[in-house]
Every structure is written in structure tokens, then in C-alpha cells.
Ligand binder design. Sequence first.
Ligand code: GLY
Length: 317
Amino acid sequence: MPQSPAPIVLATWSFAIQGAHNGWAALESGGSALEAVCTVAREAEADPTVDSVGFGGLPDATGRMSLDACVMLAPERCGSVCAVGHHLRVTDLARLVMERTPHVMLAGDGADSFADAMGMPRECLLSPQACCAWERWRAGESALHPKDQGVDSGALTPSLSSLIGERHVPHDTIGALAIDTHGVMAGACSTSGLPFKLAGRVGDSPIPGHGLYVDPEAGGAVATGNGELVMGVSGSFLAVECMRRGSTPAEAVREVLERIERRFQPLVDQQIAVIALSRDGRWSAGALRPGFAVTVADSAGIRAVAPDFVLRENGSQ
Ligand code: GLY
């Protein structure tokens, strides 16, 4: 009988480290992979220092917050929400869409009404820091706009950030993949989307196959970075399909990044990173440019590490 893969939690960016601690603790106490990935995302959603997810995320051009999230166990088991304006726990909300409705995705007011019906509290999503950042951007004091991201957000502890060479830019979705002690795989992702985006813009994160895809017959993948680029190649679906056809996780990630590079010729400040996890527990992470870190929790410990490869090592155009 084939052995079950060892339990693991993987997540984008080092700001996932606290969530990974808690997600790993959940796995160790017999919790499901779904609970582990929701725990990782929930931590980031509540953290006001993370300016790309949940409370702390940067608003759209009109100063309104809108949050997106997705959870996935299999092609026939996924749920998502997008453009949520009044509820913070969007990953939990996406899970409720999966578990309590016949639908896959709820958007905007409908998603907020569903959250109300599920007893989730309405909350202010705009942190004071994010409001200040938006006011500076509106006054033209910040160079940050949808096609030009590249400021250091200060969301990382300096020691960890410099240790792994991570350069955080806002717009960094949290994406998590996990395998539990029963060998079940799950994924989740959560984001506030592109900072100062046009009102109504939705990116890759809440859309199965773009920001997140899981098929237990092949594996799972999550993407972070500029959603428009990921959406153009169905990034996470592409990675999983590569693994289904025999690619290693590293080959699958490379295929996604190379295709994005070929088709988009990304701007110097556009970053994409992908994590792929095969159904037998092998994994890899890669990034278009330097500055990405992946958080790992497994029997060897919990740490943030550099990805296996960076397509443009010198970060050039
Ligand atoms: N990757 C998140 C977004 O583009 O909205």
C-alpha cells in the first residue's frame, strides 16, 4: 500500500510564520489540512501590519476595502468570495460557501449578506495605517499605483526579512497549502487585492485555477503577486496540470513563471511567486524576481526560506 505523504504546511511570504505555527499545531493535534490552511490565512487577515490581506490591507482608489478569498480541497470541493466589503474573515466565509451552499463563488453585497446570515460580525476593514497610506496616495505623495508597486511596506520584522532576502511589496496574497496526517491536501488564499485598484477590480486569488488550485489526484498550487499576470495563464491550474502530466513541482512552477514571462514581459516591479505541492508531498517554490520567501512547517521545524529558484536572478526587466 502506498505510504501517505508526511504532514506539511506551506505558505507564501514570511508574514505567514505565525499562522504556520498555529496551522502546524492544528495538524499535530489531528486537525484537518483545511483547518490548517484556514488558520494560516486567518492570522494574516487579523494582522494590521500585513498590508495586502485582511485588516491592514490597502483599499481601492476610492478608499474602500474589498477582500477576496478561496479554499479548495478538490475540483468538486471549493468555495470562494470576492469583493467582500464588511467582513474580515473571508477565508472562513469562503469555506462556508463551500460547506453550506451549492455554489462556488459569492461576490460583493451577496457575499456580505451571506456572511450576515452565517452570523459573522460586520467589521471595519480599513486600518488607520491603510487609510493614511490611501490619503498619501490620493494626494500624490506615494508613487504606488496599480502598475507600479515597489515600496517596502515594513510589514516584516527586519531581522527575518534581511535573513532571507525578502523584499515585501504590498499586493502579496497569502496562499497556503497543507497535507494532514490522513494524507488529505487543502489550500486557501486571501487578499485585499491590488492596492488602490479601480473599484470593482478582482484578481486571481478568489478564482479556482488562478490563485489556487487543488486536485488530490495531481497536487496543489498557489500563486502570489500580480493577479492579472497569473490570470492570463491560469497559473495554479497550469502548475497542477504540469504535475499531473509528470512534471516535478519545480518543473511545474518554472513552466508557470516562464509562460508569464514570455507572454507578459513583466515590468521590473511586477513580482509573481508560485508554490506547488505534489500529491506525494514533494514541493517547490519559485519566483519571477528576487525577494520572495516561502514559509514551511513540517517535522523539521517552522521557518521561512528562499524559493528554490528565481527566474530573473538579477531582478532585471
Ligand atoms: N494576487 C492578488 C491579486 O492580484 O489580487
